[in-house]
Ligand binder design. Sequence first.
Ligand SMILES: *Cc1c(COP(=O)(O)O)cnc(C)c1O
Length: 385
Amino acid sequence: MQLTRFVNAFKRLETPFYFYDLDILDQTLRLYTKITRKYGYHAHYAMKANANPQILEIIHRAGLGADCVSGNEVQLALDLGFDPDTIVFAGVGKTDKEIKMSLQGGIFSFNCESVQEIQVINDLAAQMGKTAGISLRLNPDLDAQTIKQITTGRSKDKFGISGKDLTEALNVVNDCPHVKLLGIHIHIGSQITDMDVFVKLCEKMNTFQKWFEQRNVNLEHINMGGGVAIDYENPLGNPISPFETYFETIHNNLEVRKGQKVHFEPGRSLVAQSGFLISSVLYVKKGQGKEFVILDAGMNDLIRPALYQAKHVMYNITSKAKRKKIYDVVGPVCESSDRFDEFAKLPITERGDLLAICSAGAYGQVMSMRYNQKELAQAYYSPEL
Ligand SMILES: *Cc1c(COP(=O)(O)O)cnc(C)c1O
């Protein structure tokens, strides 16, 4: 296994820690940018997936822009040298302070999620003597068929402007001299495995486009959001998402007008498989008809299993045992939901063994917290390790 070559280096480090295999990140970015270049598409990396500055630098160098969901993300992108013209800002709850600093920074587009937000941006821009580039984030009322907590495009979800408010939104745009409508945006959720969902998304976008055309609105760009899934079940064997199929699906189904730009916001699919959470086994303890493996990493380091019942493949990278057993793998935090896998099949595992938890590069380190006053896990990178 590819990770075994790092074991000696891992043994010298204090666990738990995040480990990023930058070769995987590099290969992923290379394929992604090769395809987007081929189609002439524009990509903004969704920073919330992983805002580790070293990872961001690499993504910036690969030529992507930034998709932000808070003022601090916008600020971080600006600080790291992302061209303001490649920064977009989404989110249902942008504060006045966040809007003002983004206007000051001269970002490309606010992806507006309500009618009232358009007015607020207009008023703040007027006070500052500026014009804000905006796009309308539309709620297509489409189920992404993914984990319910990361579905964002149904009418009952809080995200985007619903179809019934579209006329009002456009009227407000027309009454607001300090906003310029640049495009429309849809993002319906994350970890979307079914390509048919993307076909439907293209059809929704085509319908929205016609609605705007009938009202003589010229859209410079359309933004298809993120959501491409990764393979959580076979992370080492299949580390790169099916970008070819995804972009071919978009290309074949999306109606793009002459001169119009098409934008994307990949998050998870760029960074997830390059990240691993490396943890030591603290104890092996007998339970009722089972055995617990108790790790020094917990939900404070990687919350996805507790938050979404997400499953991450894990490997015992130090055990030499041939025989395997089913373990209930848990963390040290005082919550019963602090569990990585109730039925993990691992070689006979002992105190001091190292476990690698895969697919931890997205929504992992960035969501880590200091609950129970645990330290935040450090990050290390290959090949510098
Ligand atoms: C989270 C998010 C993304 C990225 O989604 P992934 O599934 O990680 O690719 C893109 N756009 C917006 C607006 C988001 O909130």
